[in-house]
Design a protein around this ligand. Structure first.
Ligand code: CP
Length: 303
């Protein structure tokens, strides 16, 4: 089996993405039933996080352990990468020792360089450009609750950053309509936006949520925006998702947030208590979807 990387949703065919979503749903059921399934006995995964993480790290480590494998966590100060070891050298060394590597770093080019030089699968655990693993969990969550997302309308409210970019890629792959509301100057990458007719920027958050089946937001200051928090609170003031905004969407709309969240900023203080919010199921699906991804990268399709 030749190695496959997951740096972007565009790396996989739509058929393989749909397989992963169904497989993630299967993992969720198996987990709920307490089934033991250990296809990764003898396998080792390395997790390189140059920035903080709760969900991505726990999903990787718990998922690997539940499937019988072992993980090695390398924070920014744990490996020689933190002291300038060249990524091509690191890639060749780690390929001799482990079976898969997952990396979070701001620089997408570093992830691409690692993938280019490694002979094992490389997974993007989030860069400033993309967050494809989060999208597997989000699409899985929507489809578990509402059926196929194809043909639906999704509203993205907020910064045109990594989550917005991955939603544009998702709209392209799964065939849904994406309406993006963002302040002027905080639009998504023009090339990514231009890559599909399924995504468009609209004039306001109210425009975006009209007819929406799913509403998404993210923090106003992501990792990489340190020091800009005060300015961004002013700029993004009209882009809070709250109960009144969700009232303008479709009656059965769902709300998701990749977390962590800042209550009182991009969401109202009480939004997570609203029955339309499914953020805890979404977070749990980080585990199940990431298990599906790791199984697929290491063993291929199993059903
Ligand atoms: N959503 C997400 O990626 O969470 P973490 O930053 O905690 O991994």
């Amino acid at each position: 089996m030749s190695k496959q990387d997951f740096l972007s949703l565009l790396d996989f065919s739509v058929e393989d993405l749909d397989y992963l979503i169904k497989r993630g749903q299967r993992f969720r059921t198996m987990h709920a039933e307490g089934q033991i399934y250990r296809p990764l006995v003898g396998k080792t995964g390395a997790l390189i996080l140059q920035m903080n993480s709760t969900r991505t790290r726990v999903a990787f480590e718990a998922g690997f352990a539940q499937m019988g494998g072992h993980t090695i966590f390398l924070g920014n100060h744990d490996s020689q990468l933190g002291r300038g070891e060249p990524i091509p050298d690191f890639a060749k060394v780690i390929s001799e020792m482990v079976d898969v590597v997952m990396i979070r770093t701001l620089n997408q080019e570093d992830i691409e360089s690692l993938a280019h030089h490694a002979s094992i699968p490389v997974v993007n655990a989030m860069s400033s450009l993309l967050h494809p693993c989060q999208l597997l969990a989000d699409i899985q969550t929507f489809e578990e609750m509402r059926g196929s997302i194809s043909g639906s309308t999704v509203a993205f409210i907020g910064d045109g950053y990594n989550m917005c970019h991955s939603y544009i890629n998702a709209a392209r792959q799964w065939g849904f309509k994406l309406k993006i509301a963002c302040p002027k100057g905080y639009e998504p990458n023009a090339d990514i936006l231009a890559s599909t007719n399924n995504a468009q920027i609209v004039d306001s958050a109210q425009d975006a949520v009209t007819d929406a089946d799913l509403v998404i937001t993210d923090v106003w200051s992501s990792m990489g925006h340190e020091g800009q928090e005060g300015d961004r609170r002013c700029v993004f003031g009209n882009y809070q998702v709250n109960e009144a905004l969700l009232d303008k969407a479709n009656k059965d709309v769902l709300f998701m947030h990749c977390l962590p969240a800042h209550r009182g900023e991009e969401i109202s203080e009480t939004l997570f208590d609203d029955p339309r919010s499914v953020v805890w199921v979404e977070a749990g699906n980080r585990l199940h979807s990431q298990k599906a991804l790791l199984e697929f990268l290491l063993l291929g399709r199993v059903e």
